[in-house]
Design a protein around this ligand. Structure first.
Ligand SMILES: [Zn+2]
Length: 435
């Protein structure tokens, strides 16, 4: 986008928008200028020459959705191995396939995920994987926001452990603040069962020195809790807290098996929990106590986890899963209403990652998504949040704007060559799935 284009505005007329905090649905007109929301008004807005005017009739405007935990390149393994135990899935299928990945595979796998995500209304992700340079190159080319990290796996801080820490540090030094500030970084000790205590301490030290958050997996399975009790002498959240891990801002995926005391620790340490309901359900890992976490004052965001376990990266589906699973488990239809699920998918993720629109309000970053609620799957949309969360689909998203720049317009990707991505994925699957 050229400089002259940046100074021109986008005006979205007559749109129902999730305005303010907590977000409520309201008919408004929006103006976007220089990457931020410059007007939100119930009255028609004056137009300037060169403005892009968008008719918002029948559509619902939301702050961009934040997929706060994923592994972008894992879309290469979508449907490679389903309906098996986590152990079989990892040891027999995913880890052998990951050994075959080249930096180019990771680049094209990332583009596949980014294409799917933008088409479904995601404007920002938190990713953890390896070949971080390839992922960062893809993210910067498509102009999404992302918090990227190298996933550290090391039993102790030996030569291999130091090498892993070195890769994590290199990713931060190379990519933090890149892509006009749309890329940030984090430090990712993968999990309590894949990193030794000295590795955790070194990771926390690195995050402190670089002023970046931690992005980790935490208390995903019962087996992990049993393992931590045996090896660390405590449950995972309590054990990491004692080690001082949460002295650094932390984004923790899953937190499925946490005690009331651990929820209190998560709240006190301002840890953001990233709920990944579909991945947890599909892998048979149980349900996270989301309502209790929210009641304890924990910031809970939403993520899809990788497409190898989900198998999609549709944040609307994730909102629906989050809400329905809590209602089902607690046998209470009043818990986690649609509006709250939408806030988890937008504001709570943006707060945790420290960038992007937290809400639709003047002065916020212009990360805006338009969802068509005039289709046969969603009308009549008496309540736009209900229509979105209980009836909508990623394919109902028509427009995606990040920092005032169009990435999807009338369902067409503007920064990704979709056909080329499909071709590049197609010519890789034989090699990646070979036994
Ligand atoms: Zn994960």
């Amino acid at each position: 986008m050229g400089k002259e284009e940046l100074s021109m505005g986008i005006v979205i007329k007559n749109v129902i928008a999730a305005v303010g905090d907590p977000a409520t649905a309201k008919a408004v007109n929006l103006r976007i200028e220089n990457g931020v929301i410059s007007a939100v008004d119930e009255q028609p807005l004056p137009l300037s020459a060169g403005d892009t005017v968008v008719d918002g009739q029948g559509r619902f405007a939301l702050p961009g959705m934040v997929n706060a935990h994923t592994h972008l390149p894992m879309s290469l393994f979508r449907s490679l191995a389903d309906d098996v135990s986590l152990d079989t899935w990892l040891h027999k299928h995913i880890w052998p396939a990951e050994k075959r990945l080249t930096p180019d595979d990771v680049y094209w796998g990332s583009l596949l995920s980014l294409a799917e995500m933008i088409k479904g209304g995601t404007t920002q992700v938190a990713d953890m994987y390896f070949h971080t340079d390839s992922i960062a190159r893809a993210v910067s080319e498509v102009h999404m926001r992302a918090t990227l990290s190298y996933g550290i796996v090391a039993g102790k801080l030996d030569e291999h452990g130091k090498d892993e820490l070195g890769k994590a540090r290199a990713a931060i030094e190379r990519w933090h603040g890149a892509s006009g500030g749309r890329i940030r970084t984090a430090v990712s000790p993968h999990a309590i069962y894949t990193c030794g205590m000295d590795v955790w301490t070194a990771a926390v030290d690195l995050a402190q020195r670089k002023h970046v958050p931690l992005h980790i997996h935490l208390s995903e399975t019962r087996a992990e809790v049993a393992w931590a009790k045996e090896k660390w002498g405590d449950t995972p959240v309590a054990a990491l807290d004692k080690l001082g891990v949460f002295s650094v801002p932390t984004i923790a995926a899953h937190c499925v098996h946490v005690t009331a005391q651990e929820m209190e620790i998560l709240a006190r340490r301002a840890v953001t929990v990233v709920h990944c309901p579909k991945s947890n359900a599909k892998l048979g890992n149980g349900h996270a106590p989301v309502v209790s976490l929210l009641n304890a004052g924990v910031n809970v965001a939403l993520g899809t986890d990788g497409a190898a376990s989900n198998n999609s990266q549709d944040m609307i589906e994730e909102m629906r899963m989050a809400s329905l699973l809590q209602k089902e488990h607690l046998e209470d239809p009043t818990v986690l209403p649609a509006q709250e699920a939408a806030i988890m998918a937008t504001r709570n993720g943006a707060e945790a990652l420290g960038m992007g629109a937290r809400r639709i309000a003047v002065g916020e970053d212009a990360d805006i998504v338009l969802v068509d609620l005039s289709g046969v799957d969603t009308i009549p949309a008496y309540d736009p949040f209900s229509a979105l969360v209980y009836a909508g689909h990623g394919s109902d998203v028509t427009d995606v704007i990040v920092a005032g720049e169009y990435l999807l317009r009338d369902r067409k990707l503007l920064t990704i060559d979709e056909e080329r991505v499909k071709y590049e994925i197609g010519r890789r699957i034989g090699r990646l799935s070979a036994n």
